[in-house]
Design a protein around this ligand. Structure first.
Ligand SMILES: [Mn+2]
Length: 319
């Protein structure tokens, strides 16, 4: 059942013994929401704990400071930033059927909770958590504020994506009043990379290919390359590489081919107007957003390139 923030605030106020679940392969928003909300509920004298199918990245360990570890049997299960019960990962089987409240901001989502509060105009789930906390008249502190700020910052690419609104900035401003180290936090989240990641980026940039008068840039990540870098990079260092080809000025279609299995390749596209990434990916059975989309093509790398490149070149030449 869809509810508003006020009703969500009432549910959180009236219940106790909360388990708050983040989505698998967690990002700053789902973790910031979980640890932030957990801290808020504990501050209200309630018992609350948080869980995720996957590990918290070392650079986000500080989020845990908002919460005091507690042991108890959960009675009210809440998901944050989870658009589909499948995204609970390994926790789906145990908790999937028993979610009481889902708090989320994804536009396309599949209902799975008894009560759902969703606002796709919110830049981050953390925006909603902040507003619900206000409705509950909950007290924040610097650790909780750092959690909620993390979600705002990461889901907006440090306040530069088009989802950033005056509301996002107003909430960020309220949070900064709590006096945590926001500059250091953003430095760690956006500027610092592991030595392995830098080495990986150097290799990928060196081997980047260009087509159509440098309007298409292509990066290829094979299993062989991933094996070569194993031990030197974290698993998450292989994420977020799809934006790299489009950093090159003049590129209107950035493509990343990433090997997923012996004859399985995931293709990510980032485009600029008038190229529609979703349309191109749909030609290969994929989809996504207008400017960011993906598809999967089966076959060896040679086959995948032969199938993909003529289509991309034709699309770019026609503009
Ligand atoms: Mn989010």
């Amino acid at each position: 059942m869809l509810i508003d923030r006020q009703k969500a605030a009432e549910i959180l106020t009236e219940n106790d013994d909360f388990l708050i679940i983040s989505h698998a392969n967690p990002d700053g928003d789902t973790l910031g929401s979980a640890y932030g909300l957990c801290g808020i509920l504990q501050g209200m004298g309630k018992r609350a704990k948080t869980i995720c199918a996957d590990e918290v990245a070392p650079r986000m360990e500080y989020l845990k400071k908002a919460v005091i570890p507690q042991e108890f049997e959960e009675k009210c299960i809440v998901t944050v930033d989870v658009a589909d019960v499948k995204l609970l990962g390994a926790l789906e089987e145990k908790y999937g059927d028993n979610i009481y409240l889902a708090i989320d901001h994804h536009e396309s989502r599949k209902e799975f909770a008894r009560y759902t509060v969703v606002d796709s105009t919110a830049a981050a789930t953390c925006e909603m958590i902040f507003e619900i906390a206000q409705l509950m008249k909950a007290k924040l502190n610097s650790n909780i504020a750092a959690c909620l700020y993390t979600g705002l910052s990461t889901d907006t690419g440090c306040f530069k994506y088009s989802n950033t609104t005056s509301r996002t900035h107003n909430i960020a401003a309220s949070l900064i009043e709590y006096d945590f180290h926001h500059a250091e936090l953003n430095y760690k989240l956006f500027d610092v990379k592991t030595r392995g990641r830098i080495d990986l980026e150097m290799r990928l940039m060196r081997d980047m290919e260009f087509f159509c008068n440098d309007k298409i840039a292509l990066v290829t990540i094979t299993s062989e390359l991933m094996d070569e870098f194993q031990g030197r990079v974290d698993v998450e260092d292989f994420n977020g590489l799809a934006s790299m080809p489009r950093q090159v000025e003049g590129v209107i279609l950035g493509v990343t081919i990433k090997q997923k299995g012996e004859n399985v390749f995931k293709v990510s596209m980032r485009s600029e107007e008038p190229i529609t990434a979703a349309k191109l990916c749909s030609l290969f059975g994929g989809g996504g957003h207008a400017r960011a989309a993906g598809c999967t093509i089966n076959g060896n790398l040679e086959f995948v390139r032969a199938k993909l490149l003529p289509v991309l070149e034709k699309a770019v030449k026609s503009v």
